[in-house]
Write a new protein. Sequence first.
Length: 452
Amino acid sequence: MDRMNYALADTEIPTHWYNLMADLPSPPPPVLHPGTKQPVGPDDLKPLFPMALIMQEVSTAPTIEIPEEVQQIYRKWRPTPLYRARRLEQELGTPAHIYYKYEGASPVGSHKLNTALAQAYYNREEGIRRIATETGAGQWGSALALAGAYMGIDIQVFMVKVSYQQKPYRRAMMETYGARVVPSPSEETNAGRTILKQNPASTGSLGIAISEAVEVAATHADTHYSLGSVLNHVLLHQTVVGQEAIKQMEKAGEYPDIVIGCAGGGSNFAGLSFPFVGANLKKGKKTRIIAVEPASCPSLTKGRYAYDFGDTAGLTPLVKMYTLGHAFLPPAIHAGGLRYHGMAPLVSHLHALKLIEARAYPQRACFEAGIQFARCEGTIPAPETNHAVKAAIDEALRCKQSGRKEVILFNLSGHGHFDMQAYSDYLSGSLQDDVYSEQELAAAMADLPSVP
Ligand SMILES: *Cc1c(COP(=O)(O)O)cnc(C)c1O
């Protein structure tokens, strides 16, 4: 029988995270203080993050050891399975081999727990009692809520009010794990109260929720802030995914010609691809690495590589990244986890160096791909993940035309069990390919901060 599942023993989970910084041909540009425009130092970030994570943010060590306690909890769901999508290959009639790494196997249903757990661990080790964060659709909030339960840390989640109202099951999940979920804008912070005074009916935004969470962390000595994507240390923690995949591809007797991930802030893409980027740089491998984003929020494919704020309100340090402008508000697509105006600085740096490719797809084509995948393989991908599925199918169809047997590997970053409303909308024909306004994009681009 042909194998479909390339499992690893739980003794084979990585003991170290892989740090791409050590293998880059040139270092990424420094993070700048928004006032002085000088590189930020560790002390600038101390009110928000534990020192261990601040040091990981700038580390150039080739690997960083995963704390034993974190490894132990990883074993609850890691190593995640690597599957070969043989039924999809047959349906497409392609000579390509399609593999996917299934991060939906985590208890919260996505890759985000890989970093949530590590972040909660380092905060607890530093004596922090509470972490404040924001969540849009609820995936990051759920992951941090469970990580807080494992590590004995209180989690306060500012959830964008419109999602709080529309996604009651994600809220219930966070509360089940013991987190306190507050609809944002709230009366609990100056940032929230200011917004509510201007507009009592505000349904919130990710930018406002970030401002509230950062304010709580900055004004309480026992509280820190936590981010689920974008930052170097978040990408670092996700590299368990790609390291496992390399071992599993070995068991399958193959090596990928193409590695694909969907990219919102860039963390699941980086988690799968960075170890393969490292092999390209160090071992002369020639794997194509493709980041896939939504056509309605195309930071890598349509954005500018420039210094910008990480949040909408302009409170964070300035990072150089592909950005659509921090004031850009993308259309409300169902792949909420991909609606970020920028891209991780490390992923941006790779794109600027032409070490990775990027492409964008509209959402309906992605749902069509996700449904084709589900009918062959069973797993229903998250709307975000469907962007990676669509790219994998397109590459497999290209192989069909050329008759070349290429090996394709993509990251199935999460399952879509909490996103069935989006599938319903697609199936009933009411899902639109929302396009952003060129005028709004131009205005947001004109609002980029000036950096000498
Ligand atoms: C959050 C999320 C994403 C997007 O975030 P990245 O940091 O770009 O990975 C993608 N897929 C799933 C399932 C998510 O939960």
